[in-house]
Design a protein around this ligand. Structure first.
Ligand code: ACO
Length: 322
């Protein structure tokens, strides 16, 4: 049986850092409030001349180097993002060209914070069912472009970044299962009120910002992430105690802790990076994976569960032997 396996990881965070103390000067908030309610200490902000493709290219280069692959080896590019450079062409084609990857399928997926999980799951299917040999998968976001910096409910939460992986076929396990889900009935709890076919002229203006009913999002997120993780383990016939690592979406430390508790998983087995960059949406899972791999915690052969939840709502998981 052919598995798909992550052959390399990478991440990129823009240079500019906005701390909680910086935010104290912008809105009525405090470092203490932000840290205790969210776990976030700082977030990175893309420079004015940087867009999501720039962040993606940097993360992709690191992942390609890690996997020992050159642009010519890559035969598919999939990018999860809600904040692409342009309406079209899709961001994956821009990244493909910038990296010198020869003509191949290149497309993006827009499922908010679950973008990377959807993209990785798609790569897995193309490798198993369609013979793809080397897929570049990126989760990237320049979400701070959509922030209303006068809204303390949302401006303290989000940050920019990119995470990338190279996925290849392997005889050894790899990705064991993927589960994806969505339920559009929750749209009004978390959305951005303008887009290419609706009120585009308002995008990025003071008139609109991320609309979120935080405490309701919180409740559904905890419940759904717990269910997603349990289903992934049950379907694979794996006990939660066998899990080496949980790599969750980094939205809020309290959501992460509550999910770990529902799984009866000690926090020592959970990769947490939210303090360093806030909620980077589609970028958060691949960046956390890269952190865990590079600091030596996540080792080859270990059992890893990645999961995400975001606007829509959308959600998903990938269970794998790293
Ligand atoms: N600083 C100080 N006070 C604030 C701030 C702030 N930055 N933001 C809100 N408050 C105030 C509110 O106005 C409210 O005041 P009030 O009681 O006088 O009305 C009070 O703090 C409590 O507000 P709540 O919304 O009830 O606070 P809660 O404990 O729920 O924390 C938070 C808010 C952090 C947004 C939380 O609900 C959350 O994290 N929800 C999940 C949202 C999320 O992660 N969204 C991202 C996308 S989805 C995803 O990635 C999972």
């Amino acid at each position: 049986m052919t598995y798909s396996r992550i052959a390399g990881t990478g991440r990129y965070l823009p240079e500019k850092i906005l701390t909680n103390f910086d935010l104290e000067k912008m809105v009525e908030t405090s470092d203490e409030w932000i840290r205790t309610r969210t776990g976030v200490e700082r977030r990175h902000i893309a420079a004015e001349d940087q867009s999501a493709s720039d962040l993606s290219v940097e993360a992709a280069k690191v992942a390609m180097d890690d996997a020992g692959v050159s642009p010519e080896d890559i035969d598919m590019v999939i990018i999860g993002t809600t904040t692409p450079d342009l309406v079209f062409p899709n961001i994956a084609t821009i990244v493909q060209h910038r990296l010198g990857i020869p003509a191949c399928p290149a497309f993006s997926l827009e499922t908010a914070c679950s973008g990377f999980i959807y993209a990785l799951s798609t790569a897995d299917k193309f490798i198993k069912a369609d013979g793809a040999k080397c897929v570049l998968v990126v989760g990237v976001e320049c979400l701070t472009r959509l922030i209303d910096w006068s809204d303390r409910n949302t401006c303290v939460l989000f940050g920019d970044g990119a995470g990338a992986v190279i996925v290849k076929p392997s005889d050894e396990p790899g990705i064991l299962s993927t589960h994806l889900g969505a339920d559009g009935q929750y749209k009004d709890l978390l959305y951005y009120p303008s887009g290419p076919s609706r009120d585009l002229d308002k995008a990025g203006t003071k008139e609109v910002g991320i609309m979120m009913t935080g405490n309701e999002v919180f409740k559904v997120a905890v419940k759904t992430l717990g269910n997603v993780a349990t289903k992934a383990l049950e379907d694979a016939g794996i006990e939660q105690s066998e899990l080496d690592w949980l790599v969750p979406h980094q939205a809020n430390i309290r959501i992460i802790q509550a999910t770990a508790k529902r799984l009866d998983l000690p926090m020592e087995k959970v990769i947490v990076t939210v303090q360093d960059h806030g909620n980077t949406s589609a970028a958060s899972v691949p960046m956390a994976l890269d952190v865990g791999v590079r600091d030596g915690r996540i080792k080859r052969g270990q059992l890893v569960l990645m999961e995400a939840f975001g606007g829509g709502f959308t959600w998903g998981s990938v269970l794998m032997r790293f």
